[in-house]
Design a protein around this ligand. Structure first.
Ligand code: SF4
Length: 170
C-alpha cells in the first residue's frame, strides 16, 4: 500500500497549459478511478489536485468530511476567500503555482499569502514560472518552499513511487 494519494478531483481547468501533465497518456494511463472518497481513508497523505480543484469547492468540502485524520495538501492556481478561510485550517499546506505573469494569478497568490499570515506556519509551497517579469510581494514566512520552476512536459514526468494517482469520478 502506498502512503500518498494524489487525487485528481477534476480534469477541468480554467487554464490550458501546453505542458499540463494531464495531457500525457503515459501519466493518465496510470490513474485509477475512484468513485468514493472513502477509498482515501487508508492513505497517510492526500494531495488534492486536478485540473483546478477550486472550481469544485463542494467536492473539496465533501472530501475533507471523509478524510479527517490524514495530512491533506491542496494544489491550486486560484484563491476563493470564503472556501479558503474555511478549509485552510484543515490543510497541512497548499501548493500554489503562478503559471503566468497575469494579474489573476498574482492576486490569488497574495490572497493565500494574506490568509497564511494569520495562521501558524504550514508546509506551503510556492511555484513560480521563470518568465514572470513583474515584481511580486512575496512574504517568505508564508511559504516553506519557493521554487522558480521550468516546466517539464507531461511525458517527461513520472508518478513518484510512493504515490497512487487517483481520478475521482462521481
Ligand atoms: S493550471 Fe495545472 S491543471 Fe490547469 S492546465 Fe495548467 S498545468 Fe494543467
Amino acid at each position: 500500500m502506498k502512503t500518498t494519494a494524489r487525487v485528481l478531483l477534476t480534469l477541468d481547468c480554467h487554464r490550458d497549459c501546453p505542458y499540463c501533465v494531464n495531457k500525457s497518456s503515459n501519466i493518465m494511463s496510470q490513474a485509477r478511478v475512484i468513485k468514493s472518497f472513502e477509498e482515501l481513508t487508508p492513505y497517510e497523505e492526500i494531495l488534492i489536485s486536478g485540473g483546478e480543484p477550486l472550481l469544485y469547492p463542494e467536492l473539496i468540502e465533501a472530501l475533507l468530511k471523509v478524510v479527517t485524520h490524514q495530512k491533506v495538501y491542496l494544489y491550486t492556481t486560484l484563491f476563493r476567500y470564503k472556501l479558503a478561510k474555511d478549509i485552510y485550517p484543515r490543510l497541512a499546506g497548499i501548493d500554489f503555482t503562478v503559471h503566468e505573469d497575469d494579474t489573476t494569478s498574482v492576486n490569488a497568490m497574495q490572497g493565500w499569502q494574506t490568509l497564511a499570515s494569520h495562521h501558524e506556519p504550514k508546509n506551503n509551497r510556492l511555484m513560480l514560472a521563470p518568465d514572470i517579469k513583474r515584481g511580486l510581494n512575496i512574504v517568505p514566512a508564508c511559504w516553506s518552499t519557493i521554487i522558480v520552476k521550468t516546466w517539464r512536459y507531461g511525458d517527461e514526468c513520472i508518478v513518484p513511487p510512493h504515490e497512487d494517482l487517483l481520478l475521482y469520478e462521481a
